[in-house]
Ligand binder design. Structure first.
Ligand code: OAD
Length: 253
């Protein structure tokens, strides 16, 4: 390999410089970060929403109509994710998350950031590995951990009220946890806001990059393709998160 080929592209060097000089760095991740681990994305090639209808599986109405179908779909997703391992992108973000001033926000429900060792992750959309009360009983609104693989075929009961338990995932039409949104919004006050592997179409997460730009952050994106955020960010890098993040990390460390 020639020395020219070894040099990282200019935009990667530029972003590394920005991150290296920053006091506060906020990173928002989406399904693309876990793609190299084998977790299906939602909207890309092979994405879940290209095969399944979100209205049938990821809404409160869907659960009311056919709880067993929804339960089985999430049980299948948990089994899929259980067979996956964190990749190099998760590993880099886990290291960065331990630095003062870094906030990691994710839309992913696979918990691969946690398994890679990330600290204080803001999990905006919940977790495949937690359950909560489907009837919203007072004690059961706080999710509890459930790591069984496979999940039982019959839907378990809420230990507090005896109603159905359900995946502790934010479904379409539901509100995000207010404290998670507050933490994420607070983190938009940063020097560098980096969005990685998200199509940037689901709000409120998709709005955070705009908010951070409004507040003066340098904004950047890492994605295989153009996204809804590409025209907003100051720097858009095309490529796999599992390659670009380690390249940035090598330049910064
Ligand atoms: P999407 O499936 O909408 O977008 C995934 C993005 O990752 C796309 O823009 C791809 O181009 C990009 N991508 C794929 N492989 C990549 C790689 N190796 N490196 C970098 N980028 C890559 O997923 P999200 O934006 O995360 O909601 O979707 C947002 C939310 O919509 C999800 O959290 C989910 C879904 O409905 C819930 O689960 C509540």
């Amino acid at each position: 390999m020639s020395s020219l080929e070894e040099r990282p592209p200019d935009h990667t060097v530029k972003l590394a410089g920005r991150i290296g000089a920053a006091t506060r760095v906020t990173i928002l991740t989406g399904a693309g970060v876990s793609a190299a681990s084998g977790v299906p994305t939602f909207r890309g090639v092979g994405g879940l929403w290209r095969t399944y209808r979100a209205e049938d599986l990821a809404t409160p109405d869907a659960f009311t109509r056919d709880p067993q179908l929804v339960w089985e779909w999430y049980a299948w997703r948990r089994e899929t994710v259980a067979a996956c391992r964190p990749n190099a992108a998760h590993a880099v973000l886990a290291r960065w998350s331990r630095r003062d001033g870094t906030t990691l926000i994710t839309q992913n429900v696979d918990d691969l950031h946690l398994r890679a060792g990330s600290r204080d992750v803001v999990r905006l959309h919940g977790s495949l590995w937690e359950l909560k009360c489907a009837d919203h009983c007072a004690a059961g609104v706080t999710p509890w951990r459930d790591e069984r693989v496979p999940l039982p075929e019959r839907i378990p009961r809420c230990p507090h009220c005896g109603g159905y338990a359900r995946p502790a995932i934010v479904w379409f039409g539901e509100s995000l946890d207010a404290s998670d949104v507050d933490r994420a919004l607070a983190a938009t006050a940063c020097d560098v806001f980096l969005t990685v592997g998200t199509s940037a179409v689901v709000y409120p997460a998709a709005g955070f990059v705009h908010e951070s730009k409004r507040r003066g952050a340098f904004t950047a994106e890492i994605n295989m393709d153009e996204t809804a955020a590409s025209s907003t960010v100051d720097l858009s890098i095309r490529g796999g998160a599992e390659e670009i993040l380690p390249a940035l990390d090598r330049l910064i460390s």
